[in-house]
Ligand binder design. Sequence first.
Ligand code: IPD
Ligand code: CA
Ligand code: CA
Ligand code: CA
Length: 259
Amino acid sequence: MDNDELSRTVKVVRSWLMEARDNVLRQIDSRLKVATKSSRSDLVTNIDRSNEQFIVNKIREFDSKAKILGEEGFGDQVTNSDGRVWIVDPIDGTMNFVKQRNHFAMMISLYINGDGVLGFIMDVMNNELLYGGPDFGVFLNSNQMTKANNLKLKDGLIGLSGPMVIHNDFNMQEIANTSLGMRVYGSAGIDMIAVLKGELVGYISYLKPWDFGAGRILAETIGLKITTIDGHQLGVLSSEPVLLATENAHHDILTIVKK
Ligand code: IPD
Ligand code: CA
Ligand code: CA
Ligand code: CA
């Protein structure tokens, strides 16, 4: 994509997210229609759905030939990463949204033939938007972000998934113990923003393509490492236990995982 097209795309996606944010805020005090999916903690609301429908409509108007992978099913059946693929998580951290009306995100990313081009994560209640990609740089609202500080695991806080800590998957308790402390925020988007801003040295969770699609592009652009929990490359469409961290913390965590 040339620079003009990148700038144009960033501008238009930012405007969708701003409008989507206004739509969510307008309904924030309304009674939500909440349904469960795979389990009692796997929720979807009328706003997850209307937000995805809104974003998918915008993408279709802007980029009619692209494929769209949306968590709530308003996009296409995407079976491979050929061509232009947009990935949408309309509300990330639905449980937080339902129980706290806070600490949730909206995420959009664009991949072309499997390469990450642009990622967008919006922390709705803090009005923080992180966006960009390898040929654009990474911005927090209007400020360009610099390369991530390469802290070790023992020198920082780590964001973890609650269930992984409870079940001690992949030696998670030793990872938490080695760090300065663990945090469980309950939204991959909010956790990834914290890693991108240097508030956390890393984040580990089981994730789906819409949970890590945007964060992966932003993270790699500012020199963070994102792989499967055992250090392998992530597929665009795969669901995996994901490890995002500074290069040093990534190395420290892999050593503990492989013990
Ligand atoms: C979930 C959140 C959660 C993470 C789960 C995700 P959702 O996304 O990001 O923090 O641990 O794996 O599925 O369903 O609220 O969009
Ligand atoms: Ca969900
Ligand atoms: Ca999600
Ligand atoms: Ca979601």
